[in-house]
Ligand binder design. Sequence first.
Ligand SMILES: [Zn+2]
Length: 678
Amino acid sequence: MSALCRLLLVACFLISASFAFSQNSSLHGIDLGDLDRTAQPCDDFYQFANGTWRANNPIPASMARWSRRWQAGESAKDRLREILEAAAADKNAAKGSTEQIIGDYYGACMDESRVNARGMEPVKPWFAKIDSARDIASLQEVMAELHDILVQVPFGMGSQPDAHKPAWVLADIGASGLSLPDRDYYLKPEARFKEARDKYVAHVAAMLKLAGWDQKSAAAGAQTIMTMETKLAEASLDNVALRDPSATDHNTTFAQLQAMAPHVDWASYFKHKQLPNDVDMNVDQPKFMQEVDRQMQQVSLADWKVYLKWQLLNSVASSLSAPFVEEDFAFNGKYLAGISEMKPRWKRCAESSDQLLGEALGKKYVEKYFPPEAKARMQEMVRNLLAAMRDDILTRPWMSEDTKEKAMAKIATFNPKIGYPDKWKDYSHVEIRRDAFFEDMIAGRKFVESDDRALIGKPVDRGRWGMTPPTSDAYYNPLMNEIVFPAGILQPPAFDLNALDAVNYGAIGVVIGHEISHGFDDQGAQFDFLGRLRNWWTEADLKNFQARGACVADQFDHYFIEKDIHHNGKLVLGESIGDLGGARVAFLAYQKSLEGKPRPADVDGFTPEQQFFIAWGQFRGDEIRPEAARLMVQSDPHPIAKYRVIGPLSNLPEFQKAWSCKADAAMVRAEAKRCEVW
Ligand SMILES: [Zn+2]
């Protein structure tokens, strides 16, 4: 997910997907029993809004984070299971039908004894291909084939609208090839990163041993891989630099690409990808490509083979037999995220079906679980939020008329997508068999890759979605100026047709506002109304806007998760501007929706305004394992949930007023430190 968000410059809302649905949402949508009434809303609103729920609901062994929302999301996977089991049981499904494809994929995945009996066998033909390479040129041919199955190392190619003419899709060559969460894990001197490196080398060696290496060669292979990846890490941009769209903006010609990395046979690579050499392209990180080139020249063929075998193994481990699945989980789940137990197999198979066959499964999902009324209600809310954002921008005293006019043009071209795509992808030619899970997974990956590659060198297709319909997430794509809300997030506790308006505005309303605000965060604000990476701000306005962003970055720099570990304000800046703008604009939209109507009733003494903020605290707040919190603070552009509640609300005068907080309360930032962007 995060790789996709980074590659496509997509500002996602959440760290990872789950499904938000609650079977027992209350009449009004606020769960009063979740409140910790011993906490004061003006002291710690996160604790007040959901403290009792967290105390009564410890994080399950198979999860890194937990809240009513994550809980609902996990149980909603029962819906996918039901669809998949019904499809798997349908013996009369025609070949190539949706039922056959998702049913056989799930059925083959669930056939654990067959998967276990096959052990390493399905990977062997791929290892043989790698072994057959006689020189670096033929190794690169195998590398291109690995790219076709989404093992896109050490670089990858995908489609992306051209940042300078976004109606046109170019080939984007991105950096990858690292297996630890990001470059800093390879390079930072702190003990925890050093420990992660040691554990990683041991993990690689353990996986190679499972794949048939002896002890000594597995240990040596792991060191080789670590050396190659560390060099690639040194040449990679860090997480903060990657957030700057200009840092990855390099329109490149074929001749320039050849000059950048002369030891890659680009003509053969493009031929393999069925792309002409003169196709428009962008290279995200030229310095990284130079390092790839250096390694092509200087690293031995034998070491390259070890590297590619590891990358393949690492990428497909969860589709192999139990020993591989367990070793993979022990490092990536247990060690890095603190999760002690794997999810049950059916859930992993449902997730895998969604990842590779998402619109086939998603079509079935929305037929059953996404009523047209939900779409209509969301369309109305999005309209109201966009209107509130328009009003908000027009009343910003620090912004000139000229810049406001440009911002209005951008608001006018926002393209909201709700629920599911109008046109579904065609999976009918994807070869899926009941008795060959590994090959099915490969076929699914090939579909994903070729479906994306087919877009390159053509006008942009505005109907395409970057997330599957059952995904409980949302995104803004600055190149398309679109905000996208899959059906999976349009469920309680985010969204509920039966809930009070205060609750819908406080939960999904803030999510909508968050995505709209991404169009005007430190990243999105660099793209104009047509999605072009082009400055549309006056110099003074831009300076003022950047100073306002610096206030938010400084605020989050001071949020510690442990004694010596705090958020990186610049890393979480876009998401935090999104939350701050989202909360404010959703509140304004809610206020506006009340105009001319009788004032809604209090709920258990809580005013409508208080209900709005409780809804955000309950939807957004979750409990997180310390390991997962460390991982997030290091690598994720989203702050941990506690500070997504406390951070934005403590800047809002509307929050202070709603709860009658004193000026020196913890939830009220001092006037001089208060941040305001939108
Ligand atoms: Zn976001």
